[in-house]
Ligand binder design. Structure first.
Ligand code: 0WD
Length: 258
């Protein structure tokens, strides 16, 4: 029943084989979607090479750079999508960034520049990418972003990223309200902690994972594949009545009061 045949899906945020976006890309491919993949360009082209090799088995029909702080690059990305695909059906927003110095210690030590950068890359980018995708989602569509419990509760060391996730989750609701009449759904997945490049920057992430293994009803944390499966569901017609929601894929951790 979960069929994404004929759907064009853009996946952002693959850095390596531990990335949540990699788990999502695999599940969308499995369900039949035609993939476009973006990578974060850097001076030495390291990400480009690594991500290209990684995604090759999924045969992406588009592979393009996308630094969400670079407006010209985003414009070029969506111009290419328009020219090569004609329309886009699925947008996966799976990226975030805050300086390592901001992800431990006192939250109030965050600098104006650090605060602005975290909110810009991690929250504003969803608005920007959704606005660019909107005119190309001519047959409706599904936009999915990744968030974390630290956006609704205080989690040690998550600090400014918690503020960014709170903004991101509100973005989901405002975008869902705006884009609903065009048949475009917008949802977030709040994933349990997973060891990735980004999460390793958060102080005490391993302790957090062990805590989840102890407390969560399923007595373990989740995998990239489980998040990918939930994303595939939210991108498919099986979830056609769902928009503006945050779906917790966290082994049930968030229901516990300890
Ligand atoms: O425990 C976790 N890992 C959780 C992650 C739990 C719940 C949610 N999430 C969220 C993250 O906050 C993020 O929004 O999932 C999303 C993906 O994170 P990830 O898979 O944990 O991390 P990673 O594999 O590092 O991918 C994030 C990527 C970047 O990697 P690095 O580590 O180089 O920052 O986001 C991309 C980049 O590829 N990224 C950007 N992409 C475009 N423009 C930018 C940017 N400016 N900055 C970072």
């Amino acid at each position: 029943m979960l069929n994404l045949n004929g759907k064009n899906a853009l996946v952002t945020g693959i850095a390596n084989n531990r990335s949540i976006a990699w788990g999502i890309a695999q599940q969308l491919h499995e369900a039949g979607a035609n993939l476009g993949v973006t990578y974060l360009p850097d001076d030495k082209g390291r990400f480009e090479k690594k991500v290209k090799e990684l995604v090759e088995p999924l045969n992406p029909s588009l592979f393009l750079p996308c630094d969400v702080q670079n407006d010209a690059q985003i414009e070029e990305l969506f111009t290419t999508i328009r020219d090569q695909w004609g329309r886009i059906d699925i947008l996966i927003h799976c990226l975030a960034f805050a300086g390592k110095e901001e992800l431990s210690g006192d939250f109030s030590n965050v600098s104006r520049a650090g605060f602005t950068r975290a909110l810009d890359i991690s929250a504003y980018s969803l608005v920007q990418l959704s606005a660019a995708a909107k005119p190309l989602m001519t047959q409706g569509g599904s936009i999915v972003t990744l968030t974390y419990l630290g956006g609704v509760r205080v989690i040690p060391n998550y600090n400014v990223m918690g503020i960014a996730k709170a903004a991101l989750e509100m973005n989901v609701r405002y975008l869902a309200a705006e884009l609903g009449p065009s048949g475009i759904r917008v949802n977030g997945i709040s994933a349990g902690p997973i060891r990735t490049l980004a999460s390793s920057a958060v102080g005490g992430i391993l302790e957090m994972i062990h805590h989840v293994e102890e407390i969560a009803p399923l007595k373990r944390t989740v995998t990239q594949t489980e998040v990918g499966n939930a994303a595939a569901f939210l991108c498919s017609d099986l979830s056609s009545g769902i928009t503006g929601q945050i779906l917790y894929v966290d082994s049930g951790y968030c229901i516990m009061g300890m």
